[in-house]
Design a protein around this ligand. Structure first.
Ligand SMILES: [Zn+2]
Length: 437
């Protein structure tokens, strides 16, 4: 992933967590006591990162509602780095303990970076919260839609002074220009930008969760005349507007997390529920979630009831956003929003769908893979100077995937995994299979 070509006949030497030598197999002297992994005929690529996901405190517990620990689901799918943008649970310290245990080789899983608990708004003392999260050792601050201008400003000023990276939603009361001028480092979803096209009263004096129904309802009323238009027609009508939003994001150097597969999953849940339930990987969703879905009590089934046609429309708008953000050369990072257990996204497996959607929408396989490797490392470097992964290079973290066929021809080839190395620990195909058996 340092450039778009296959380097043939190489040997990669790993010591501890890091790659320490690479060269032609004929020339490299393999140390006597080394464990040799034969990759003849296969392709070695950097491990992938899911840069927008959520951990939960019930993942790793005995008798967990998850059939398989998501930490293992990530490894099985070649995801060697995860960034949690809000740990879920009754307490939040667990994610820091997992992060440290994985770093020390005491727990099997991908390298974890994590924000503190999301700062939702309304909130009494944003400054205090930001400083507490920094003191506890969280890697970044996650900001949410319901913050007022003042709360957002105070959180941003404090984070900047404390040297904390910030990522989040675009608070309804602040808007894109406000967010960019305050210097929020990263936008957590492409879909956040779609609210820029809705004409709503940002000073309406609502608080917290009152905002979401108001904005969604207003949006739904405004898009009704266009809701049956296809992508080309919508692009023709609104392309210029979308392009100007994309330019603003580019000019502010703000990376954007993709999280596009969720749009597709929502449409599937509403229109093809049987197909959704019968997908092989969906057996790894929490049992309670599957039960709630069968009873029609699932999050999006309830949210979109009576307004189902909004879902395919929203999917199209987000894809138009993707197109113009790409044209504007915005830095994308691959993210799925998986892990909460209540949206129908399977940790690990969903990263391959996220890659597929990028290649279905104008990305070459190389460009798509970059969002989950090279670009993820750029963002983590900016976040906390730990961006030493994402390429197969001397000194980089030994996060590697061995695949049977060329991923630069088709990103679906990444699903055919022969083995995964995470921070220098090798999991062969048998071990990965045991995780999910
Ligand atoms: Zn999320």
């Amino acid at each position: 992933m340092t450039n778009e070509k296959i380097v043939k006949g190489q040997t990669v030497l790993v010591r501890g967590k890091r790659i320490f030598e690479i060269g032609p197999s004929k020339r490299i002297a393999v140390p006597q006591n080394a464990r040799v992994i034969d990759g003849t005929g296969a392709y070695l690529m950097p491990g992938l990162a899911d840069m927008h996901m959520h951990t939960r405190d019930d993942w790793n517990e005995w008798l967990s509602d998850w059939p398989v620990s998501p930490l293992h689901l990530y490894l099985v799918n070649g995801v060697t780095t995860i960034r949690c943008l809000n740990p879920h649970g009754d307490t939040f310290g667990y994610v820091l303990r997992w992060r440290d245990k994985i770093n020390n080789g005491k727990l099997s899983g991908p390298t974890i970076y994590t924000s503190g608990p999301t700062i939702y708004g309304p909130v009494d003392n944003p400054k205090k919260i930001v400083l507490e999260q920094k003191a506890k050792g969280f890697d970044l601050i996650k900001l949410y839609s319901f913050l007022s201008k003042d709360e957002f400003h105070e959180a941003m000023i404090t984070a900047k002074q404390a040297g904390m990276y910030t990522a989040g939603h675009i608070p309804f009361q602040v808007g894109l220009e406000g967010v960019l001028s305050e210097g929020m480092d990263e936008i957590a979803h492409i879909e956040e930008l779609s609210f820029e096209f809705v004409d709503f009263d940002r000073n309406k004096g609502l608080t917290g969760r009152e905002w979401m129904p108001y904005v969604i309802k207003t949006a739904y009323q405004q898009v009704k005349p266009y809701i049956s238009l296809n992508m080309e027609e919508l692009d023709e009508k609104f392309g210029g507007l979308v392009s100007s939003v994309a330019t603003k994001v580019h000019d502010a150097n703000a990376p954007v997390c993709t999280t596009l597969f969720l749009d597709e999953v929502i449409v599937e849940k509403l229109y093809e529920p049987e197909q959704f339930l019968s997908k092989p990987e969906n057996r790894y969703l929490p049992r309670k979630y599957r039960a709630a879905f069968r009873q029609g009590r699932e999050k999006h089934q309830m949210q979109f009831r009576g307004g189902e046609d909004f879902a395919p429309f929203k999917r199209t708008i987000d894809r138009i956003l993707l197109k113009y953000l790409k044209e504007a050369e915005v830095l994308f990072v691959l993210g799925t929003d998986a892990g909460t257990g209540w949206m129908g996204l399977v940790p690990g497996f969903s990263i391959h769908d996220e890659l597929r959607i990028l290649t279905e929408n104008g990305f070459t396989p190389y460009e798509a893979i970059k969002t989950g490797t090279v670009n993820a490392a750029i963002v983590v470097e900016e976040m906390n100077r730990n961006g030493d992964f994402g390429t197969i290079d001397i000194g980089k973290r030994a996060d590697l995937i061995l695949v049977e066929d060329n991923p630069l021809e088709d990103v679906a080839n990444i699903k055919n995994i022969l083995g995964v190395m995470a921070s220098g620990i090798w999991y062969d195909k048998t071990m990965l299979q045991e995780f999910i058996d």
